[in-house]
Write a protein that binds this ligand. Structure first.
Ligand code: ADP
Ligand code: MG
Length: 142
C-alpha cells in the first residue's frame, strides 16, 4: 500500500486509520529521515487506538507507554540507541511479544531484533511536489 499526503493532517489521518485497524501483537516499524512525519503518523495511530493523551517522540526516554486505548501502545523512538543491548535493558521483549501494539520510530537502528512479521512503514519527502508532500509506503499488512 502506498499513499501520498500533502499535509500533516493527511498523514495523521492515515495513522488514525492504521490505528483503528491495529491488533494486539503487531509491531509497526516507522522509518524515514528526521522531520519527515513519523511522530505525526504515530499521533494519528494513537488516536485510532482511542488514546486521548498527547503523544510525542520519546527521543530521550526511548519508550513511552499508553494504557488508555483499546489495548496498550508501546511507542519507541530508537534514534539515540547506541547498541541493541539497550533494548534488553528497556525490556523490549515484553512489548514486542505482549498484549499491545508497538510503534518503533527509526526501527532501522534495531533490525537484528525486529520480528519477522513486523509491518514496515516508510515515509519520504517528495520535495519536487511541494514542501509538505510525503510518500508513505506500508509493507507487510495483509
Ligand atoms: P519525525 O518524527 O519523522 O522526526 P515529526 O512527525 O516530528 O517528524 O515532524 C514532521 C514535521 O513535518 C511536522 O512539523 C509536520 O507539521 C511537518 N509536515 C509537513 N507536511 C507533512 C506531511 N505531509 N506529513 C507529515 N508531516 C508533515
Ligand atoms: Mg519523531
Amino acid at each position: 500500500m502506498e499513499q501520498v499526503t500533502n499535509s500533516p493532517e493527511e498523514t495523521r489521518e492515515l495513522g488514525r486509520k492504521l490505528g483503528a485497524q491495529a491488533r494486539p501483537g503487531q509491531v509497526y516499524c516507522l522509518d524515514g529521515d528526521l522531520g519527515v512525519g513519523k511522530t505525526v503518523l504515530a499521533q494519528g495511530f494513537a488516536e485510532g487506538l482511542g488514546i486521548e493523551e498527547p503523544v510525542n517522540s520519546p527521543t530521550f526516554t526511548i519508550l513511552q507507554q499508553y494504557e488508555d486505548g483499546r489495548f496498550p501502545l508501546y511507542h519507541f523512538d530508537v534514534y539515540r540507541i547506541g547498541d541493541v543491548s539497550e533494548m534488553d535493558e528497556i525490556g523490549y521483549e515484553d512489548c514486542f511479544y505482549g498484549d499491545g501494539v508497538c510503534l518503533i520510530e527509526w526501527a532501522q537502528q534495531i533490525t537484528e531484533i525486529l520480528p519477522d512479521d513486523a509491518i514496515h512503514i516508510y515515509i519520504g519527502k517528495e520535495l519536487e511536489h511541494g514542501f509538505d508532500c510525503r510518500r508513505i509506503r506500508v509493507e507487510g499488512l495483509e
